[in-house]
Design a binder for this molecule. Structure first.
Ligand SMILES: Nc1ncnc2c1ncn2[C@@H]1O[C@H](COP(=O)(O)OP(=O)(O)OP(=O)(O)O)[C@@H](O)[C@H]1O
Ligand SMILES: [Mg+2]
Length: 403
């Protein structure tokens, strides 16, 4: 996938151009070891080995496979027109992470980078085509071989082996080096892809959080405007109605606020969410105490969780408003239980009880109409139990939308 366009190495002229007759048992063993190394690197790349580990292992194994004292992987820094050593073996302290070589066509590594062609230089001392980089001179290097490192997009850098010893790098060595470079190129590409993916996911999350944040702010703004309007209302009845609208809008705003404060987007933990909502309601419910007990690990879609939270908010508001005409303690209990795919949620009080003939389906109040509407959407069923004392509203709700 990452082979460069022209596989012909740019080498000094070699007598005969073919080293086949020179193949000995030792050379054969070396080629076999090179094959093993490529297989080893391939497995590491496929296993998704972290890039810094893979690049370290690559330079170490490539040096071994080439029987060379030095190897390095260099990253191209276009703004400085140079290549910086990112990983290496054999080099003096301070080279890896710091040393650079020119990325222009006159340096062997620069030539490999810009043309995509492998470069063999077996006699650096007599090299007429390239200038020998200072780094190689300082380490007494006689011969070098460079291949480009690239993903599917633009080049990343160069992989180079160097040796102080006499001898020659050959076309077979180029094939091995290119094999290693291609495997590293795969990892470079994956690393780029993962980085881009992470950035775009983060961007999406920020946008969504921002959206929820704005919805919350707008709802709070509407609630404050209605609140102002209610304080200026001409009749008590109108004032109370506007105030009720304010509490409902505030309940929806609170639900949204919870959403943008969590990192969950499509699903959320219903138990945690209801606990939070009930805590808010406890603050808003005046003399009443809201007690919550929830099953753990109930994951549910955000849409369903919001509808459920609005139903629970209405029922707690009713209990706080209508259940207790007197009493020091005014408890309200909210429970969430799970049985397979079914949830049971109850909102219970120990108050004076419902008025005679109360029928949730026929109630003229807006509260019970909202509850009935949302429960129908949720495909849920409501049972109203007259306790001694008090009332329990018990709902059975399927976790998933369709039954
Ligand atoms: N927990 C409860 N205990 C006693 N009575 C209740 C309880 N919940 C509801 N009710 C009675 O049921 C009636 C209907 O409730 P509903 O929520 O529909 O209307 P509301 O609370 O009166 O007005 P709104 O909800 O529109 O502000 C209430 O007026 C109240 O008489
Ligand atoms: Mg009500």
């Amino acid at each position: 996938m990452t082979a460069s366009s022209d596989p012909t190495p740019i080498a000094e002229s070699q007598p005969g151009g073919d080293d086949l007759p020179a193949i000995t048992a030792r050379a054969l063993r070396l080629r076999l070891r090179q094959q093993e190394i490529l297989a080893e690197l391939g497995v590491l790349a496929l296993q998704g080995t972290p890039f810094p580990d893979l690049i370290e292992t690559t330079v170490t194994l490539v040096a071994e496979g080439m029987q060379a004292e030095f190897c390095k992987a260099m990253e191209h820094l276009p703004e400085r027109n140079c290549l910086i050593v990112r990983a290496g073996v054999g080099w003096d302290e301070g080279v890896v992470g710091h040393a650079t070589v020119g990325a222009d066509l006159e340096s062997p590594a620069g030539f490999a980078l810009r043309t995509g062609k492998p470069v063999i230089s077996n006699h650096l001392d007599h090299e007429g085509r390239f200038r020998t980089p200072e780094l190689l001179v300082a380490h007494g290097i006689h011969r070098a071989m460079n291949v480009i490192l690239q993903g599917e997009g633009k080049p990343w850098g160069v992989l180079e082996v160097d040796s102080r010893s006499d001898g020659s790098f050959t076309e077979h060595d180029v094939a091995f080096l290119r094999g290693a470079a291609n495997l590293l190129g795969m990892a470079i590409e994956r690393q780029r892809f993962e980085r881009d993916l992470k950035a775009s996911l983060e961007q999406q999350e920020i946008l969504l959080q921002e959206g929820n944040h704005r919805v919350t702010n707008s709802l709070q703004l509407v609630a404050s405007m209605l609140s102002l309007q209610s304080s200026a209302a001409s009749t008590t009845e109108l004032r109370e109605q506007l105030q009720e609208a304010v509490s409902r809008i505030s309940a929806i705003a609170r639900a949204h606020e919870r959403l943008y404060r969590t990192r969950q987007i499509r699903n959320l933990n219903l138990g945690d969410y209801l606990t939070d909502i009930c805590k808010d309601m406890d603050d808003a419910a005046g003399q009443c105490d809201v007690h919550v007990s929830v099953a753990e690990e109930v994951q549910i879609t955000t849409d369903r969780a919001i509808s459920i939270s609005l139903v629970v908010t209405e029922l707690i508001t009713n209990a706080a408003k209508h259940a207790y005409s007197s009493g020091e303690t005014r408890p309200i209990w909210v429970t969430l239980e799970r049985d397979g795919d079914m949830l049971t949620i109850s909102v219970r009080d120990a108050g004076d009880g419902l008025p005679e003939g109360f029928d949730p389906k026929k109630s003229k109040g807006l509260g019970m109409r909202i509850v009935s509407g949302l429960l129908a959407q949720l495909k849920a069923e409501l049972t109203v139990k007259r306790d001694e004392p008090g009332t329990a509203f018990v709902m059975t709700i399927p976790i998933h939308g369709q039954r």
